[in-house]
Design a protein around this ligand. Structure first.
Ligand SMILES: Nc1ncnc2c1ncn2[C@@H]1O[C@H](COP(=O)(O)OP(=O)(O)OC[C@H]2O[C@@H]([n+]3cccc(C(=O)O)c3)[C@H](O)[C@@H]2O)[C@@H](O)[C@H]1O
Ligand SMILES: Nc1ncnc2c1ncn2[C@@H]1O[C@H](COP(=O)(O)OP(=O)(O)OP(=O)(O)O)[C@@H](O)[C@H]1O
Ligand SMILES: NC(=O)CC[C@H](N)C(=O)O
Length: 553
């Protein structure tokens, strides 16, 4: 029996439903591992199907196709290292499991089933899969490896059982999506497992965007006592060979690749870029367009789009009305010029006159109000969608988390669009994010360096410009107050009393609570967007649309 074991970690980006494509990526990683003399090439959780496949996973034909792909992969990888890969399986109990397969010698040599099925925030695994009994380690080239699947390693039980049944080290395959500062959470759990079991632990995550979620990679290896030996980059696809040596006191990982991670703002920005880039690539779109108003939200969305797709794939459209200020016209043009993307000018005045004239007989005797304001937003939505249809460009929608929370957007107007990169970023953070992007440039950004967002856009008071001299602060508390209250009500699930205790005005908190509840119907019909927090609107927070309850505290 050898006292060295080489494991090739394949921190790769699968696509949900692309069974053949995912298998091809696994095969290519296996070839690299084989060339490097690996004993085992490891891929993340549910790699063959992509993650999360949601209800696709309960369709028997899909599971059968994934099984066939795994069998073919086993045959193709018969002569060389073992290959471990996540996928669905139907167990002896005839139930569906989230499983991890070891392929070796042309067949499926072992299968383990996930025990702890996550059923919180974006996860519904109890609904999709069955839990199996805890299983022992899997032997690969004579070495017994414990393979707890993602959530299995977030509690002591499974790793403890693996250690008691003879595991020599632990390999955790993951499908662990980003939220801000999640790396620390993962690391704390894994250090706890290493300290409890006394075994080295290899944590392997996937990368890439899937709908709202981004898997951020950041795979790592810990030695006994929780001492780090390897840390892979976040967000990048990487194949890394990790060597373990057996000594008198068991296995020990040798120090390998070690990358330090960027700060939370950079990670958030990278998530928004990755989410959009992968949403586009994986759905088959190449180009986007958006309404560029001269305001901060559309400016940051245009910047994210250029960083994700390249300036040649982004069309910015200014659709001015009589209320559009010269400042907005200048600022919008400056952003498009700075980014180097196409800028179109499409005044909405004539369309608005036509709509007003058409409605006049029915509106006779009524006074102009929000209706007329929203018509402008809807004309912009209509024209932008016409461009989208004609040129095959997907429309981006630009509401930040503060606006999405209180319904400060026109349904079927500026809410039109297929994807919203800033859906989970509060307005106050959007300001910081613009400053960060103006001051920082990285190799993964396809846009130009420098202060692409003019300072005037960052400093002027936000306005929807739907009527004369309109400011967001006419309808809403100032953004620092709005965001402070929303963080308590949404992100912390706090009460009105909690808002008051934090120093906010009770009337403001009550108003925001009301707006939050009455705009659930808008969010239900809103575009998906990049998830940055543990409380993003969609799967993390599922509220009834009809809801009469109001917090009396
Ligand atoms: N529970 C429910 N289920 C289904 N539908 C429901 C509903 N409650 C209202 N509705 C319908 O929704 C309609 C009202 O929604 P909507 O037409 O959107 O209009 P509404 O929410 O009344 O007004 C839009 C608000 O967003 C602001 N805005 C607009 C555009 C851009 C920006 C910005 O700064 O980004 C801000 C604008 O100043 C205004 O305060 C009603 O006509 C009603 O029929
Ligand atoms: N004059 C305009 N030209 C092009 N698009 C516009 C125009 N006005 C609004 N939009 C679109 O509608 C969205 C909502 O913009 P609005 O100005 O009403 O408020 P906002 O949420 O503060 O956004 P922004 O900061 O981008 O202005 C904008 O982000 C933009 O995509
Ligand atoms: N795939 C999973 O089990 C996800 C849950 C897991 N604990 C996480 O990292 O978020």
């Amino acid at each position: 029996m050898s006292d060295r074991f080489r494991i090739t970690l394949a921190q790769l980006n699968p696509t949900v439903g692309d069974l053949a494509g995912n298998a091809a990526k696994a095969r290519a990683a296996w070839e690299e591992g084989k060339a490097a003399g690996a004993d085992l090439v490891a891929l993340p959780e549910m790699f063959i199907t992509g993650y999360q496949a949601q209800d696709l996973i309960v369709k028997p034909a899909f599971v059968a196709a994934a099984q066939a792909e795994l069998a073919a992969l086993a045959e193709a990888c018969a002569d060389g290292p073992a290959l471990s890969i996540g996928g669905p399986s139907v167990g002896e109990d005839l139930k569906l499991h989230n499983s991890y397969f070891v392929l070796q010698g042309g067949k499926i040599a072992s299968v383990v089933h996930k025990y702890f099925l996550p059923n919180f925030n974006v996860f519904d695994e109890v609904r999709l899969f069955s839990r199996d009994r805890m299983q022992g380690p899997v032997a690969v080239n004579g070495v017994r490896i414990g393979m707890p699947i993602c959530e299995d390693a977030w509690y002591p039980d499974v790793v403890e059982a693996l250690e008691e049944s003879g595991a020599e080290f632990i390999l955790v395959p993951n499908g662990s999506p980003y939220f801000r500062d999640k790396f620390e959470t993962r690391l704390n759990h894994m250090v706890a497992r290493v300290v409890e079991s006394g075994l080295p632990l290899i944590y392997l995550n996937m990368v890439g965007g899937q709908d709202d979620q981004v898997f951020d990679g950041g795979s790592f290896v810990l030695n006994r006592g929780g001492v780090p030996a390897v840390q892979l980059p976040i967000f990048d696809e990487v194949i890394s060979h990790v060597d373990l040596e057996r000594g008198d006191d068991g296995w020990h990982a040798l120090n390998g690749d070690f990358t330090t991670h960027p700060d939370a703002m950079e990670q958030d920005y990278r998530v928004m870029v990755t989410a959009l880039r992968d949403y586009m690539a994986k759905t088959g779109f190449k180009k986007v367009l958006l309404g560029l108003s001269g305001g901060i939200d559309s400016a940051i969305v245009a910047t994210i789009a250029v960083d994700a797709l390249g300036a040649e794939n982004v069309r910015c459209v200014m659709l001015p009305s009589e209320y559009t200020s010269q400042g907005s016209l200048d600022d919008a043009k400056a952003v498009a010029e700075n980014l180097g993307c196409r800028y179109d000018f499409l005044p909405i005045g004539k369309t608005r006159e036509a709509v007003t004239e058409t409605l006049a007989p029915l509106f006779e005797g009524t006074q102009p109000d929000l209706t007329e304001e929203n018509i402008q937003s809807r004309i912009r939505g209509l024209l932008l969608m016409a461009l989208s249809n004609k040129f095959g460009e997907m429309l981006l929608t630009t509401g930040n988390k503060s606006e999405v929370a209180v319904g400060y957007a026109t349904i079927y107007g500026d809410m039109a669009g297929g994807y919203n990169p800033i859906k989970d970023m509060y307005k106050t953070r959007v300001f910081d994010c613009c400053r960060w992007r103006n001051a920082n440039h990285r190799g993964w950004m396809m846009g130009p360096e420098g202060a692409v967002i003019p300072e005037a856009i960052i400093t002027k008071p936000p306005s929807a410009e739907l009527r004369e001299d309109q400011k967001d602060s006419d309808s809403l508390p100032d953004y620092p107050v709005l965001d402070g209250i929303l963080e308590i009500l949404v992100d912390e699930d706090g009460s009105i009393a909690d808002c008051v205790a934090a120093g906010y005005d009770r009337a403001d908190a009550k108003k925001i609570e009301h707006l939050l509840y009455i705009s659930e119907y808008k969010r239900f019909q809103s575009a998906p967007g990049a998830r940055l927090s543990k409380r993003a609107f969609w799967l993390d927070r599922r509220y009834p649309i009809v809801n009469r309850w109001r917090d009396p505290s």
